[in-house]
Ligand binder design. Sequence first.
Ligand code: PHE
Length: 444
Amino acid sequence: GNPSGDISRKSDTWGSRFGFIMAAVGSSVGLGNFWRFPYTAGENGGGAFILIYLLCVVAIGLPVLMGEYALGRKAGMSSVEGIQSLARNAGKSENWGIIGWVGVFASTFIVSFYMVISAWILAFVLQAIGGNFAGITPEQSGQNFGETISNRGNIMGLLLVFLIANAVIVGRGVKGGIEKAATILMPAFFIMLLGVVAFAVTTGDLKQTVSFLLSPDWSAVNFSTFLAALGQACFSLSVGSVLMVTYGSYLSRDTNIPRSSFIVAGADTMVAIIAGFAIFPIVFQAGLDPAGGPGLFFVSLPVAFGSIPGGNIIAMVFFSLALFAAFTSSISLYEVSVSWLEERHGVHRMGASMGMAFILFVVGVAYIYSGDYLDFVDFLTGNILLPLGALFIAIFIGWVLPKLDMLEEIEDQKLHAVWYTALRWFVPVFVGIILFFGIFDGLQ
Ligand code: PHE
């Protein structure tokens, strides 16, 4: 423990603004965009869901994202400790640190299943390299997905590989590990993404995709749709997990927080929409059900790639792309607990990382042996805990801290006024209503 409560400021920081942006975009862009967004949009009817999602990104995700960076940089400490110290300095109870705990709890749960899905993706990269998808039919692909994820020994091995890769990078620190990996992987990711989109829109059923994604059907919209959209916005932006508080704590003074937040939210949203346009044409072309659930990504893509000459190469590129994106997100999730162990308990970084890998392996094996929990944890963390975390962060900034506490972080006075009002009124009211009625709807 740290009895004096006197925790020194970070020694490790981002090496450059570009590096920070890559790491932050890397955290946001991940399985949320490729895997979770398409199937959630598909299950919730497409167009109307996407509009509500965009609204949640702009009106809720963006202000909370700015808030997390601001809290982190002002405190100069990660998640829980940072929030405690800000509360202390404002003459409020340190118990507000509990807000940080919600996020730590959420990110730990997310990372536990995130690693398993990433292991599935790694399995698909290997299958693509092996040329397994040539001429595969939708039925065969469904079967292949089922067989792949129930091949427990294989998935456990890949999980271990993925976990150790995460531990090694996070163990190397912020600048030398996380930032370096993101600076290499993210640009590669964007280049590959363009290639795959070009392929999807030229070979898939674009017409039906456009009508599905862009023509809203409001008749199916209820509070569950709102909850799913809000949860997806939080999940995709990595908001509500206090991770961005931790990333903010490594920020230097010369980084403009509002501008960085716009870039991160904009890039993340763009990738989600692009991923939709890469995946749905294929889904419709192959006659698959857009509401097919978590398997959508893994079943539809092999069919499309397998139907064209040279498709294996594209499949390999696409699944590697998803793997890169998943990796830069999982290292960020990893960082939440590692930074906490390091700062709070003085555990050596590499040791903390390896310890986490071990724990996550044990939990991952539990998922692998009991498949069903994965969906449940995904729903619970994404749709309940992250929105709850976002709600608490908004309340903390809007109602607990003094009004002008974050002005120097937001810099611009007018922007600060709008932002502050959003966090004080709009976000708590809307998130509160959506959570309350959404959960109520879900229980019916
Ligand atoms: N945003 C990541 C994704 O879209 C997931 C994530 C959630 C990462 C919360 C960090 C914190 O895949």
